[in-house]
Design a protein around this ligand. Structure first.
Ligand code: XMP
Length: 516
């Protein structure tokens, strides 16, 4: 990466990623590192400034996050946020204490030192979001108070040492002028340039991939979704047809998806694409299986087997493949680098592109610095169609996790039709892009109905529509009645085999988004 950046040290706040996003929204590159990052690693990002995030601990906790206080001596501007303020206070000779009155939620802050560049252009009284139990009691030598609430320190600074800190969270939207404050840090204090743009990213990434891959060959597993497609298009820009993309029909894709993806990626975007119809292979392995986890494992393993076969075939044709392209995004990188406690497996995720190390391929992950919305922006600049960029998330195991009970070709066909009706009607109502996911689920429940004068005995289909930020939690969406009515009427009238439609009104938690 040849741009300079702002390094954010993560002390465990739930808002750390938000700080990175807010800074990138100003077209300045920012990177989140664990608070334990070595000074050398921090320096390798050529930081123009360093932000110390919030965090749940107290500086006096025995397990307080152990950052190197040397970050305060690098001579780079530092902004401490919440725990970051307490870290600075504690390590530079001040005193932190447990607050008499804990502050959570909205608070009003008075700016005490209006000349502080951090508050430049901001009013004397600020509405902010606080969440802390500790507070600074004595400021470290050389520091002065820049802002306060009615009962606590809200901002401190030592301009000589280039250290600023606030007790509140400028990165959340409950601090309405927080972005202005962050802009002040970036542009008034760090002299950052807003040069982190899509063109810049595309140019530098394409040339870095070209240098890295040289004359070698690369392969990529495509799902037709946003991440793997944008990653493939970037690598294709760099090495052309020395990238072979593999798209596998696992028998549980959506209606016509096998053809649509080929048309988009090979036809419109010119990728060198091998489309493998392995549907028979998958469906025969899935026959008779009803347990959700077993289904997931079968599909994940079979995908790897099919991809491995293709990779060998391609290697024979090209004289060898050395690189594997993956659409890993920044949140995955941060998540896997943070310390995780033992957590229960709710579902074994299968991600297209998440392939095993035994393949012995070197990785190219061109999106590992980006958030999802940034990937869409890059895709747009690469000339990719909205069909791909605005697609709702679709799980790796496909329709299999939406067919409860046994998966048979007939039941796949039923759900493909129902899913197609849901997507078409949601799009027609102009709701597709406002909803995180909207889809149909086929239940293994038959009930009695009447059609004309005929008795029917057929399957039930559930409709699910959810809002979500990141898939971790979700709220069900109250779709307009007329849209539900149209969907229901089309499904029962057009699909022979489904005679009842129900609506899923469960949020996550306690439900999950997919039914299996
Ligand atoms: P759940 O059902 O766990 O889903 O609430 C959360 C989000 O993840 C998607 N999902 C998957 N995505 N491979 C994926 O790539 C998977 O195995 C998988 N399972 C669920 C789901 O569609 C939702 O967006």
């Amino acid at each position: 990466m040849d741009t300079s950046s702002i390094v954010i040290l993560d002390f465990g706040s739930q808002y750390t990623q938000l700080i990175a996003r807010r800074i990138r929204e100003q077209n300045v590159f920012s990177v989140v590192l664990p608070c334990t990052a070595k000074l050398k690693e921090i320096a390798s990002y050529k930081p123009l400034g360093i932000i110390l995030s919030g965090g749940p601990s107290s500086v006096y906790d025995s397990d307080a996050p152990p950052a190197d206080p040397g970050v305060l001596q690098l001579g780079k501007p530092v902004l401490g946020i919440c725990y970051g303020l307490q870290f600075i206070t504690h390590h530079l000779g001040g005193k932190v204490r447990s607050a008499e009155k804990r502050e959570y939620g909205h608070a009003q802050v008075s700016v005490v030192d209006a000349a502080t560049p951090l508050f430049s252009g901001l009013p004397a009284s600020l509405q902010v979001w606080m969440s802390h139990g500790d507070e600074a009691l004595d400021l470290p030598p050389g520091f002065h108070l820049t802002a306060k609430t009615s009962n606590a320190v809200a901002g401190i600074a030592n301009p000589e040492k280039k250290i600023w800190a606030v007790q509140f969270h400028p990165e959340v939207h409950h601090t309405p002028l927080g972005t202005e404050l962050l802009r002040n840090f970036l542009f008034n204090i760090c002299n950052a340039k807003p040069d982190w743009t899509p063109e810049h990213f595309i140019q530098s990434t394409v040339s870095a991939i070209r240098d890295k891959v040289g004359d070698d060959h690369a392969i990529c597993a495509l799902s037709g979704g946003v991440d793997s497609s944008v990653a493939a298009v970037l690598v294709h820009r760099a090495i052309g047809d020395r990238l072979t993309c593999v798209f596998v029909d696992n028998g549980v894709l959506r209606k016509n998806e096998f053809f649509k993806v080929q048309e988009n990626l090979r036809g419109k975007l010119g990728l060198n694409l091998v489309a493998v119809d392995a549907s028979g292979r998958f469906l025969s392995k899935l026959a008779g299986i009803t347990d959700p986890e077993t289904k997931r494992k079968i599909i994940g393993n079979e995908f790897i087997a099919v991809f491995d076969d293709e990779a060998h075939r391609i290697a024979q044709q090209t004289g060898g493949v050395d690189w594997l392209v993956q659409g890993t995004l920044y949140p995955d990188v941060i998540e896997s680098s943070s310390v995780k406690g033992p957590s229960q497996t709710i579902k074994s995720h299968h991600n297209v592109g998440g392939l095993p190390e035994t393949m012995k391929l070197k990785l190219i992950e061109p999106l590992r610095d980006l958030f999802k919305d940034e990937v869409r922006r890059i895709g747009r600049d690469l000339g990719m169609p909205d069909d791909i960029l605005q697609r709702q998330p679709f799980p790796g195991p496909g329709l299999a996790v939406r067919i409860l009970g046994e998966i048979t070709p007939e039941r796949v066909a039923l759900l493909q039709e129902a899913d197609d009706i849901v997507v078409t009607e949601i799009k027609a109502a102009g709701l597709y892009q406002q909803i995180w996911q909207s889809f149909a689920v086929l239940l293994p429940v038959k009930s009695v109905g009447v059609m004309g004068d005929q008795r029917t005995y057929a399957y039930t289909c559930a409709i699910r529509a959810v809002h979500s930020e990141d898939g971790m939690t979700a709220d069900w969406v109250p779709l307009p009645y007329d849209v539900l009515k149209k969907i229901s009427s089309r499904i029962v009238n057009e699909i022979r085999g489904i005679n009842r439609v129900v609506y899923d009104i469960t949020s996550k938690p306690p439900g999950t988004i997919e039914w299996e």
